[in-house]
Design a protein around this ligand. Sequence first.
Ligand SMILES: [Zn+2]
Ligand SMILES: [Zn+2]
Length: 376
Amino acid sequence: MPRTMPAIRKKRAEKGLIIEDIPIPEIEPDEVLIQVEAASICGTDLHIWSWDEWSQHRIKPPLTIGHEFAGTIVEVGAKVEHARVGDFVSAESHVTCGMCRQCRIGQRHLCPNTRILGVDREGAFASYLAIPEQVVWTNDRAKLSPEVASVQEPFGNAVFATLSNDLAGQSVAVLGCGPIGCFSVGIAKASGASVVFATDVNEFRLDLARKMGADAAFNPIELPGKDVVRALVEANGNLGIDIILEMSGAPASITAAFQAVRNGGTVVLFGIPSKKVELDVAENMIFKNLTVLAVNGRKIFDTWYKTQWLLSSGAVDVRPLITKTVRFEEINSAMELLAGGRACKVVLKPDQPAPLPVREDSLDRDPDITGRVTHP
Ligand SMILES: [Zn+2]
Ligand SMILES: [Zn+2]
């Protein structure tokens, strides 16, 4: 009996994605097989869909893409020690080496040998996905829906960037309200910021930032003289902002961050500029005695514990940010929607596949004894 499944693939080195029936992955001894229930589309997937310069250098087709997901473990390998069949899980998308200096001193998110799901190895936009146990994160099904559980991975980026500072009683401005910026607005509110401002050039995104709790949201294009620095400072009682989270990567926004921050304040840089950015280091950094933090990724797994608490306690409700849930067949139109800035998170739901066929080679193994071979 064939063991195949539909998967969303970058088949050729060109724009677009196709759905293809491919073999269900065979797991290695240290891996688990997961039946995917929800998978959300990331900016990275959008880059791969559009086949931009970054993807042309990084992606080797054919490849199943996707790295943000939630699902149920249906098989575990012989060397898997903790994960169990039936566990409702998500995963850290960065599979790291465990042996480099960063890995060994608690900075696994900076491992130079990282292999990312759906980028460097087969991804989650499929009915099934095989991943090493080391990246499995167990969810509480009673507290998180598959859709919300699937956005924990990008939410974790926002958690790491936003909670890099004690926000209690501080004025905070989030520049750039894509998914990570909108998550950050919610996290800043939940963390006791005295006031949270948001900026973006897209009204749809500003609306979402307001829904996530922003006290005021500004569109630089609409402001007199496009002066977003003045708008922020005035809204903050003519005081510079305590902590600025730069989430857009737009050069104008990065410049504004360093101007709108108060003397002695903090700028957190998370948005990735597509080219070099010029900064007035003397005026806007040294004389202001600033703290500047450049943040990348998520702390593995420290950030995941904070993420789990923020989402399962209800401290942050991300549901307003899930614009749409779509089937695999709608992948290309979902990408168009995201590229047009008319969606925040879009979640893919695979059609529920038929029960996994029993493998020939598993028939002589007794699931009751090993506890490691089961089929739904
Ligand atoms: Zn992502
Ligand atoms: Zn490493």
